[in-house]
Ligand binder design. Sequence first.
Ligand code: PEP
Ligand code: MG
Length: 877
Amino acid sequence: MSKKYVYLFSEGDATMKNLLGGKGANLAEMTNLGIPIPMGFTVTTEACNKYYDDNKTITQDVIDEIHSTMNKLEEISGKEFGGEKNPLLVSVRSGARASMPGMMDTILNLGLNDKTVEVVAEETGNERFAYDSYRRFIMMFSDVVMEIAKQDFEEILHEMKEEKGVELDTQLSSEDLKELVVKFKDFYKSRKGEDFPQDPREQLIESITAVFRSWDNPRANVYRRMNDIPSSWGTAVNVQEMVFGNKGETSGSGVAFSRNPATGEKKIFAEYLMNAQGEDVVAGIRTPSPIEELDKQMPETYREFIDIVNTLENHYHDMQDMEFTIEEGKLYFLQTRNGKRTAQAALRIAVEMVEEGLVSKEQAILMMDPKQLDTLLHPAFDATEMEKHDVVATGLPASPGAATGKITFSALEAKERHEAGENVILVRQETSPEDIEGMIAAEGILTVRGGMTSHAAVVARGMGACCVAGAGSIKVDEKKKTMTVNGKVYSSDDYISLDGSTGNVYAGKIETVEPEISGHFGTFMAWADEIRTLKVRTNADTPHDAAQAVKFGAEGIGLTRTEHMFFAEDRIFPMRQMIVARTEEARRTALEKLLPMQKSDFKGIYKAMEGHAVTIRFLDPPLHEFLPTQEKEIEDLATELKISVDELNGVITDLHEFNPMMGHRGCRLAISYPEIAEMQTRAVIEAAIEVNEEMGWSIVPEIMIPLVGEVNELKFVKSIVKKTADSIIAERGAELAYLVGTMIEIPRACVTADEIAKEADFFSFGTNDLTQMSFGFSRDDAGTFLKHYYEKKIYDFDPFAKLDQTGVGQFVQIAVDKGRTVKESIKLGVCGEHGGDPSSVNFFHNIGLDYVSCSPFRVPVARLAAAQAEVRNPRKK
Ligand code: PEP
Ligand code: MG
């Protein structure tokens, strides 16, 4: 049997999400649940992938299947597509596996043409409605399918309103709309050189093609990269019988959440507009009414609505985001999906659903996107600072957080100014999906129109960006680049500040403060800790960072980069002295200066970690980050070293490396100059002995040797460490256990890990270097060309941010297997950037590492990701 590419909603269910997309699978599930939905069918994600495989064409076999399913839909609905009686009209919408709100294109009212519009007018007795639908369809089809800018049509509409002396679309008469349709079609013909297509079957295939094409549009690509969605998933297309919210005063459209998406409160949150289509609500063109109003207007419909919302939430065990339409008093649900929500709301919903008995702790853990935790850990306004500023306008608190920056009126300018180092606030009448890059670049987003479910609100919430929507008292002049509030004019040089939690807009720049973490966060994270088996450490180079990480739940330090302790202005000098020293004596003099600094830092770090494990990595300075480049610095250093500037310049030239990332760094430095390893061992061991004595602790310091590719390198450095450490311990008459391990960050180390394990107490995977050396991509330069890889779909993601599991992951796996064969108890961790990336954490859990280590702010993210990994693939027996 040949493969099936098209499914009626009645042929699917919720488990078929990969094939039918989220929307298609949910529509199928809703059909099974008996929820009133308009019937339709789904063209599968496999058909989309086939479209791309077949050189961006839909092949005849798929077209035939679409047509024959359309015939079935005609039968079910009792209507005829393009018929002269009772014509069937449909919507065509995208629906990928993961929801991508507003990222792809939608076409409504498809099936209208010069004939069917007349039939609709006659059968409904509502000519205005028929022509209003037709003009909307012409505009959407032209925009989405034919790529004629929507603005051109809007301009024609605007001219007509001026001509007729009216302000709102709804004030145009049916005669006006008929005239508008003629104008739209003429304009179409002037652009395309042919008539607007009249055959509904042709309209349908063209529209499905356009939705497939939109999977690859730039804004969809940006969104996918931000949200870890591979391009290989493809999108499905849903073709669904139209119901109309714009049929008059007993019709309407709306958007609903089963709980409040901003706060998480257990209260249905919905907005609707009477006599409107869904796009009017989402686009924020008119400000919608709260759903409670519907109870007054149509109490029965309201009750039915509440029942369905509750049914859906109970069925899916998660907060639902739904679209609905009332057509002449009859209620339909058009879609449901798990709702996007703020981090605060996500925590509250997860915790309360466990308390309500609706979900288990394990299910609750899976409900929160680990990356979203980030937004809870970011600054808010300083309360006293805030009091000094006037509230100049108030909008809806669409997405919480605090943002301050200079005003910018276009997405492109926001992006450019952000890249030039400015903090900007994007101010728009309303946003649309084309604004996505500007929204990412901006500190916060302010819109004049639109509700809590407008594009700006939904997208900002998903990104965790601060957003105030619908601040109607603001007048924006995008051309003049000004914004006027209460008679005062603000320009692009002025600062404003947004409070996304109250909706307040302030004039001027307001300082921000670190957030406090409590309540639901604590409860939720305690569950994550109870569940997970993978430990979470932190990468920290200072006592301050270490203390911060402990607050965020770090269970130790997985990496202290000792060279980072010398970036400070007053410390870099002796470090440079050490690097340029040409004799052992000169080097020892510099090391003498470094020793007390290192020792006191280590003591601070041990104390901040309150007795938890601390891994200290020996110096690994890529030389180009440390050599002096400024004339003044070179002069000062020459004076200190008592050599001439010329001589020093000569040394610097000698030290120059063509590829410092693969140069004289890591253990290579200690092999050339063992006195460096001696000094560092002394600092680590003396600090530990002293802190243990002072605090009554028994810290076991972990010394880590970087960039080992050959066991003899490790053996050599380890012998220096042991000799130095043991003599200090003996001299002091102290008792101190310590570990010596290595980073595994060179492919050769992975494939010889069995030999290396004999010498190492632990392995810590340095996946930054391991990625660099596995791909042969320089860490410093890859950014400039990787963007071409994304454009050409060679890679979907940056392998430095998200572990390449198929390639680099295999190296890690090989080293784990080989290491454990020789030493079953060897401790295994990871300290590359991937330790804070949720999908990579999942991989590290699955291959059995003991811990991941990441920057302090990502510790909660990693804790949650580790718990999710345990739920998906339990290690606990
Ligand atoms: C690594 O290479 O992954 C690592 C943690 O070390 P660094 O980033 O300091 O090279
Ligand atoms: Mg490294």
